[in-house]
Design a binder for this molecule. Structure first.
Ligand code: AMP
Length: 206
């Protein structure tokens, strides 16, 4: 099954995608994680993407579409995947239609005020992609999964978060109508507890 997770930054796409991927044994394809790794490794793509990401804007469509095209050709995508953070614009969605058949789009819906609280307290592991909220870490600074030191993403800092929300509403939210028109969208309330949201997504995918 080929699945898209759609939703604003901080809606829980990454966390839920990780759990659903483990349950369905398919890979999670997070364009944000791929770009952060590219920046860390200082690849040409990483160098191109950095200034856009730092400002809370979107990386140009052609850059990101090439990355996803490559990734979807890998062997581990044969039995399905979750796209987490892609597509984020209508041109990206149109490019995706040319290379993949999407079965379901899960929209995680969370109000902006809750997102701002979640994002500003978020700490992430750059090695395995796990995310935590600072209020639940009790001073702990390393990842439970792999022991790596947790960091606050530069683009999770307050001044950038508002730009990211703005770019979600103007550029990504139109995809709700795009996929609704194709009969693929299921909207899930992303404000509840993690297990309830997980169950709702699994039901939507059944
Ligand atoms: P995320 O981890 O999904 O929140 O992505 C972090 C940042 O990476 C975004 O704010 C964008 O700057 C960039 N990014 C990730 N995915 C895309 C995409 N599909 N299109 C453009 N920019 C992206």
């Amino acid at each position: 099954m080929n699945i898209i997770f759609l939703g604003p930054p901080g809606a829980g796409k990454g966390t839920q995608a990780q759990r659903i991927c483990a349950a369905l044994n398919i890979p999670q394809i997070s364009t944000g994680d791929m770009l952060r790794r590219a920046i860390q490794e200082q690849t040409p793509t990483g160098l191109k993407a950095k200034s856009f990401m730092d400002a809370g804007g979107l990386v140009p469509d052609d850059v990101i579409i090439d990355i996803v095209k490559d990734r979807l050709q890998a062997d581990d995508c044969k039995n399905g995947y979750i796209l987490d953070g892609f597509p984020r614009t209508v041109p990206q969605a149109e490019a995706l239609e040319k290379i993949a058949e999407i079965d379901r789009v899960i929209e995680l819906d969370v109000a902006d005020e809750a997102l701002i609280k979640r994002i500003s307290g978020r700490r992430v592991c750059l090695k395995c992609g796990a995310t935590y909220h600072v209020s639940l870490l009790n001073g702990k600074t390393t990842c439970d999964n792999c022991g790596e030191t947790l960091i606050q993403r530069d683009d999770d800092k307050a001044e950038t978060v508002l730009n990211r929300l703005k770019s979600y509403h103007s550029k990504t939210e139109p995809l709700v109508n795009f996929y609704q028109g194709r009969g693929k969208l299921v909207k899930i309330d992303g404000a509840g507890d993690m297990d309830t949201i997980f169950d709702a997504i699994m039901k939507a995918l059944a």
